[in-house]
Design a protein around this ligand. Structure first.
Ligand SMILES: O=C(O)CCC(=O)C(=O)O
Length: 305
């Protein structure tokens, strides 16, 4: 039976009793769920399917509803190949290309996020994915491949809870403001590496700075959330540089308030799905010299309003 257990007060839920492999893989679904019917009638009858009821072909919709409610879902023990992971992601939306990450062999929509002591991950700031884009992703799916024995956890924060905790006068000040988000800001360390500027030149040309509302309204739930992040947001437009320099760090700190966060300790084949419109996340790079690797798909979203 599928069970959902809240992981923290403001954000996150563990979903158990669910095989995503069966959801994406018709052959596997057939193998697991179909038994010959009795008597002479041809074909097979859908019967019990381990933890997954085949009627859960509605599962995509149900998981989406859970995501809207909890912001991030954690599913343990989902041994999907890159191709299966890609098929799963495609059930939730249209995968996006990322200008800076390689893709998995045979699964062009699946990006590989790999970090070793020779080539360590440079992402350690709180962010919502790809806000340097005019239409940033709605959802991200991340699938654990190589997980360090210790460290390498990821944090998520509820930008909705953070918004709702602001005072009414401060909400009024922020509502209606826009901020600038810049690819170059998020990838400045990579740009500073030897050859980095040349490698990322096409991505920079394709991603000029964009503006997004500081407070966005979720297109599906109608709930408001703070939509700035320390990785990509450079300034609040229409304010003086000094005002922006005060308010942005306040918002970055406020978003990371412990009570708005949840923390995941990964295991191989842990699968996480999150809603970028209402959450931020931050990996913790405390595992070197161990190796860490994930598969990731981001799904198309709309223009933040
Ligand atoms: O590696 C992680 O834990 C999170 C990765 C990340 O920040 C991202 O996918 O944007």
């Amino acid at each position: 039976m599928v069970q959902v257990r809240k992981a923290a007060a403001a954000i996150g839920a563990y979903v158990t009793g669910l095989s995503l492999e069966a959801l994406v893989d018709d052959e596997s679904l057939t193998r697991r769920c179909l038994r010959p019917t009795s008597g002479r009638s041809p074909g097979a009858k859908v019967s019990s399917c381990g933890n997954l009821d085949p009627r859960s072909r509605n599962l995509g919709r149900e998981l989406r509803e859970l995501l809207l409610e909890h912001g991030v879902l954690f599913l343990r023990d989902q041994p999907l190949s890159a191709a299966q992971f890609q098929a799963l992601a495609r059930r939730f939306g249209t995968p996006l290309h990322h200008p800076a990450y390689p893709v998995a062999p045979g699964a062009d929509d699946v990006h590989v996020l790999e970090s070793t002591s020779e080539a360590p991950s440079k992402i350690e700031k709180w962010h919502s994915d790809m806000t340097f884009s005019a239409t940033p992703p709605s959802y991200t799916l991340l699938h654990g491949q190589i997980i360090p024995e210790y460290g390498g956890d990821t944090l998520w924060a509820s930008a909705t809870a953070a918004y709702e905790a602001l005072s009414a006068p401060f909400k009024t000040l922020l509502d209606g403001l826009s901020a600038e988000h810049d690819f170059r800001h998020g990838f400045r360390e990579s740009l500073a590496e030897p050859g980095g500027a040349e490698r990322l030149a096409p991505a920079i040309a394709a991603n000029p700075p964009v503006r997004h509302p500081v407070i966005r309204t979720h297109p599906e739930t109608g709930r408001k959330a703070i939509y700035v992040n320390s990785l990509f947001t450079t300034r609040i437009l229409g304010m003086t540089a000094a005002e922006s320099r005060e308010i942005l760090p306040f918002l970055f700190d406020h978003l990371a308030t412990d009570e708005f966060t949840v923390r995941l300790n990964w295991a191989p084949f842990t699968l996480v799905m999150w809603d970028n419109r209402s959450t931020l996340h931050r990996p913790i790079n405390d595992y070197f010299p161990q190796h860490r690797k994930h598969h990731r798909v981001t799904l198309a979203g709309d223009r933040p309003q």
